[in-house]
Design a protein around this ligand. Structure first.
Ligand code: ATP
Ligand code: MG
Length: 316
């Protein structure tokens, strides 16, 4: 895979799937409901600041394949929603009753937690000691939940006490979720360390299928997680400088440079930037999985006919 190939792919991204069936569109995924199951298609759409901005070559495949990699590495901790892999970007999953909480686990003081800490605020109800520094590692990882807001509304941090007292989850279920999330984060950190990366923080979603708790959505992807390079962490931390990262930050910074932070008109994203973003997603895949990325790159029509076969088989 080289950058020239990616330029050639700019016109062939999968923006959305059209079928003779209702398709539910998330920011990134197109979802077909099949009763007890869902067909989830990870498109090439990219979102930042909660807005869909553009498409990025190979992004859907990269995200889905990184998730599949991690589902495989964590099956012994908790079952996940995957029933069958349909293509590099599409999976048939068990449709779960969602636990309406974004379960964020943080190993380091960074991002929104750092911004809140600097303003003297607590982090999802957790009071941190004074004198902590930018990007400092926590003794123990923190679980900082957010409510999963309705479409179009930003998720709100919430304390674990309120999650239970407001009846969003039962105490027993929350205990199980929190323990599982911490085990997943530990496993993620260990595997990432083997490939020279720090899994800084991440978000999990859980659901119930026939009463059983499962991991749903995506896991340890660059859309749901921060990754930093291990070899330069200490040096940059000591100097108080930003870490070298493998995540969506490049596009966010480019947008901020154009004065866009989610409101108003979306700036036109040039080809060079789309290719650079694609390149970084592919590097993320290769670094995290330790494998070379070879795109399957089916066109939309071929993807749709594959999906149609699954749908037909399902209604029989
Ligand atoms: N197994 C599952 N059962 C039910 N819902 C699921 C399952 N896996 C993922 N989902 C939901 O499907 C959606 C995935 O779509 P996408 O990631 O594009 O949405 P999103 O923009 O993150 O949406 P939202 O802001 O609504 O969460 C999410 O709302 C996620 O919670
Ligand atoms: Mg999502």
């Amino acid at each position: 895979m080289d950058r020239n190939t990616l330029y050639g792919m700019l016109g062939q991204t999968v923006e959305s799937i059209n079928m003779d069936l209702p398709v539910i569109r998330g920011k990134v995924r197109d979802i077909i409901e099949l009763g007890s199951h869902l067909l989830i298609v990870t498109t090439d759409r990219i979102s930042a600041f909660d807005r869909v901005l553009s498409t990025i070559p190979c992004k859907g495949e990269v995200l889905n394949r990184i998730s599949l990699f991690w589902f495989g590495k964590t099956e012994d901790i908790i079952p996940n929603h995957v029933e069958r892999v349909v293509s590099a970007r599409s999976v048939l999953v068990r449709k779960c009753e969602l636990v309406p909480v974004e379960v964020v686990v943080r190993g380091y003081l960074t991002g929104s937690a750092w911004r809140d800490y600097r303003k003297g605020r607590d982090i999802s109800g957790i009071r941190l000691p004074d004198g902590m520094r930018f990007n400092e590692r926590f003794e123990e990882p923190l679980v900082t939940p957010s409510t999963k807001a309705e479409r179009g509304i930003h998720d709100e941090p919430i304390s674990e006490e309120r999650l239970v007292s407001e009846g969003i989850v039962t105490e027993e279920l929350w205990k199980k979720i929190r323990e599982t999330a911490l085990r997943l984060y530990r496993r993620g950190s260990e595997v990432a360390a083997g490939n020279g990366m720090i899994l800084v923080d991440t978000k999990y979603e859980f659901g119930l299928y026939e009463g059983e708790l499962m991991l749903v959505d995506e896991i340890h992807t660059p859309d749901s997680s921060r990754y930093w390079y291990m070899d330069t962490y200490d040096e940059l931390f000591e100097r108080g400088e930003p870490q070298r990262k493998l995540d969506k930050e490049y596009l966010r910074q480019w947008l901020i440079g154009k004065g866009f932070m989610g409101d108003g008109e979306i700036p036109q994203i040039p080809d060079e930037v789309r290719v650079e973003v694609a390149w970084r997603y592919i590097k993320a895949y290769e670094t995290v999985t330790g494998e070379e990325f070879r795109p399957e790159s089916r066109g939309v029509e071929e993807e749709v006919s594959l999906l149609q076969t699954v749908v037909n088989g399902f209604s029989m």
